[in-house]
Design a protein around this ligand. Structure first.
Ligand code: HPA
Length: 256
């Protein structure tokens, strides 16, 4: 049996369609019981640690948030041996401390999405399972992501509530005020059902959010793709640095 550790899974969001520094050893296109993932799984090593990468929106960026096959993506990751999974998500900032290029490792979420395939519990079941989802993100993985951001002196928050909206349109100012009253600090379109599906699969999952704009009504300006691109350009180097730093510690050593 190989001594190599289980690979860390990384699902890249808007702007993160490939991982620089990843020494690629292969690609595999899957058909899962839930359909086809967003793209091929890319296998390789990041800083010597086995990693499996998947671009959530496909490559090039072509699948809108509500049409992503989250079930196929998570199932494929689990099927190739991933046990620790990091989802990278572009988000809008609601909390005054969470402006463009800030990084957030949320500890809670509220799901406002609808009509998405959000569970593996479907069809002929032996029994209905209700997973515990009190803490939707895995604390060990969250802490390691936050520690890496801190060590790299990046502007970041180690906690926050992620509001998952349907998209693909951005929100109205009133919708953002409602999310704020609900306690959301950041808003994005792809955090759910990915987190819940990862929990159903028993994966240690956490989200690394990159703020790419002030949420609707939180600045004087309307939101433009040019501004979003500028924040992505500024923040993605930090995301990649965190991933590079953290992969080594993310997967717990296998028992001998
Ligand atoms: N709202 C929802 N999703 C997003 C945003 C936003 O403002 N920015 C990036 N993803």
């Amino acid at each position: 049996m190989s001594n190599e550790q289980a690979p860390v899974g990384i699902i890249g969001g808007t702007g993160l369609t490939e991982l620089s520094g990843l020494v690629i050893s292969g690609e595999q296109t899957f058909r899962t019981p839930w359909g086809i993932p967003s793209g091929p799984l890319v296998f390789g090593h990041l800083d010597g640690q086995p990693v499996v990468f998947l671009a959530r929106h496909g490559y090039p960026h072509r699948i809108p948030p509500h049409q992503i096959n989250y079930r196929a993506n998570v199932w494929a990751m689990h099927n190739v041996g991933v046990r620790t999974l990091v989802g990278v998500n572009a988000v809008g900032g609601i909390h005054p401390d969470m402006g463009p290029a800030h990084l957030v490792v949320p500890d809670q979420l509220i799901d406002y999405t609808w009509g998405r395939h959000h569970t593996f519990s479907e069809g002929e079941l032996d029994e209905v399972k209700h997973i515990d989802f009190t803490f939707p993100y895995h604390e060990r993985v969250r802490r390691q992501l936050s520690a890496a951001a801190r060590e790299l002196a990046l502007s970041h928050s180690g906690r926050g509530v992620y509001g998952a909206t349907q998209g693909p349109r951005l929100e109205t100012a009133a919708e953002i005020r409602r999310l704020e009253r609900d306690g959301c600090d950041i808003v994005g379109m792809t955090g759910m059902p990915e987190a819940a599906l990862a929990a159903e699969m028993g994966l240690d999952y956490a989200c690394l959010g990159l703020v790419v704009n002030w949420a609707a009504g939180k600045s004087e300006q309307i939101i433009t793709m040019t501004d979003i691109q500028a924040a992505l350009d500024e923040g993605l180097s930090g995301v990649k640095a965190i991933l590079q730093r953290v992969v080594k510690t993310l997967e717990p050593p296998q028992p001998q």
